[in-house]
Structures are given as C-alpha cells and as structure tokens.
Write a protein that binds this ligand. Structure first.
Ligand code: ZN
Ligand code: ZN
Length: 264
C-alpha cells in the first residue's frame, strides 16, 4: 500500500492510496483541474482513479467533486447524510456508494471501516483502510487511519488509531495563535476550538501520546490552519513526545502535500 498526501490544510485536502488492486482518493478538496495536476506530479491521473472516499461535506474536502463528472468511472463513497449534502451542490449525479457510518466494507483489495467523528458537519467520519487479502505471516496486512476534522477524540477514535501502521491526524491550530488572530470573530474562534471543531496542536499531542502504539511506523500531522498554525509551531509542540511516539513524524504544511510513502 502506498500513501501520497496530495494536499492538506484549511483550503483543501486530498490523498491518494494505491494498492495492487485499487487507486482511491480520500476526499477531493481541490478543483478537479488542480487534483489532476497534483496527480500528474505523482505519475497518476484522474482517469486511473477508481473511487473517492468522503469524510464530510465541507468545501475543503469536496471542492473537486463537481469537476469529476468527466470521470464517470469514479465511485463516490460516503454515508447518506454526507452524500445528500454534497449532491445538493452538484449539477450531475455521481456513482454514489452510500454506507452506514460504522460499517465495514470491502472495495477491491481494501478493507474500509468508517467511524463517526465529532465535527460540525452532517455525519462526519474518519476511515481505516487495510490492504491485503487475508492474514499472512510473511505479508502482513497494513492499516492506515485517517482522522481529520474533529473537535475531540472519543474512545472509539482512539482505538482506531492504536490498531494502525500509519496515522494521519489533524493538528489544526495553535491555541495561542488562534486566540491572538485579529481576523477571526469570537464566535468563529469558539467554533474552531469547540467540541465539534478542530483538534489543536495540544489536543493532537494529547491524543497521540494517550494511544502511542509500537505498531506505528509514521504519523502525519495535517490540516494545519494557514493563519493560526505553522509547521514550526507544530514541531515545537511535539518535540517533547517525539521519543515516546517512537516513529517518524511528518508535519504537512498548509497547502502542501507529502511525498509518497510505501508501507513496509
Ligand atoms: Zn477540513
Ligand atoms: Zn470540516
């Protein structure tokens, strides 16, 4: 399994997962034209994409869906509430594949599990993607947890992170930079930092240190706010627990992606 984060941050999110049998995107938060360019940089194209898995209907996760109408082979996986909310803004009807939040299902050689996350959307989810066909001592299955856009991490989310090789989690804002930001209103700050907003650097740190797993190979800290966070602020916040985490820590700056990572 290969993971390539195409772009991350409050102005757009998307990642490519490639397995022997599938090429899928997690979210499509850039215009289709931009997604095409980002995929081309990875030697891929939208024509090769089999499916998109949507976490929720916010624009920074679905901006490219309208432009995907030129690619009818792409199946769109979302729960019913998210699909309904996204469909309202579309001029065409994509090949929706709706699932119940909490359901496990299979797409090609990927096992997919969705789970609810607390965020100010209709029915936002995180995902766990597991590659491989069955247990094999010499070719073990590999798992990726995808958890962005959540105000806090309930116990079931923590469990999902523990059982993975690679974790993608948001580290959205520095609490001090958010409070000091002159452009955001008090109510917006309350929403971002609230129980259904976004994880701060401190909250992401608390989450990861509470479930630190020897299985982890790499952690991606993503969905950084442009104005209220920086890779340097994230690095400083995480410096004290780098040793505890015992794996690589990749901080994905606002608007940036990350090079491809091949699961061992
Ligand atoms: Zn978002
Ligand atoms: Zn959101």
């Amino acid at each position: 399994m290969r993971l390539r984060i195409l772009g991350s941050g409050s102005s757009g999110n998307s990642a490519l997962i490639v397995t022997a049998g599938a090429r899928v995107l997690v979210d499509a938060g850039f215009s289709a034209r931009r997604l095409g360019r980002l995929l081309a940089e990875a030697g891929e194209s939208l024509a090769q994409i089999d499916a998109v898995f949507l976490t929720h209907e916010h624009g920074d996760h679905i901006a490219g869906i309208e432009g995907l109408k030129k690619f009818p082979q792409i199946q769109l996986f979302a729960n019913r509430a998210t699909a309904r909310a996204v469909q309202e803004g579309l001029t065409y009807r994509p090949a929706w594949k709706t699932f119940e939040t909490g359901a496990r299902f299979r797409f090609r050689d990927l096992d997919v599990e969705s789970f609810a996350v607390p965020h100010d959307a209709h029915d936002p989810v995180g995902f766990r993607f597991t590659s491989g066909l069955e247990e094999d001592l010499f070719d073990p299955r590999r798992s990726l947890a995808w958890v962005t856009d959540l105000g806090h991490a309930p116990p079931h989310v923590r469990e999902q992170l523990r059982a993975c090789d690679v974790v993608v989690v948001e580290s959205n804002h520095c609490p001090r930079m958010l409070q000091a930001d002159p452009r955001r209103s008090w109510s917006t700050k309350q929403r971002i930092s609230g129980r259904h907003g976004h994880l701060s650097n401190d909250a992401a740190l608390e989450l990861l240190s509470s479930v630190a797993s020897p299985r982890w190979r790499r952690i991606y800290l993503t969905h950084l706010s442009r104005d209220c966070n920086s890779p340097a602020a994230v690095a400083a916040a995480f410096a004290p627990i780098r040793a505890l985490l015992g794996c690589e820590l990749a901080i994905v700056g606002h608007g940036e992606g990350a090079p491809a990572y091949d699961f061992p």
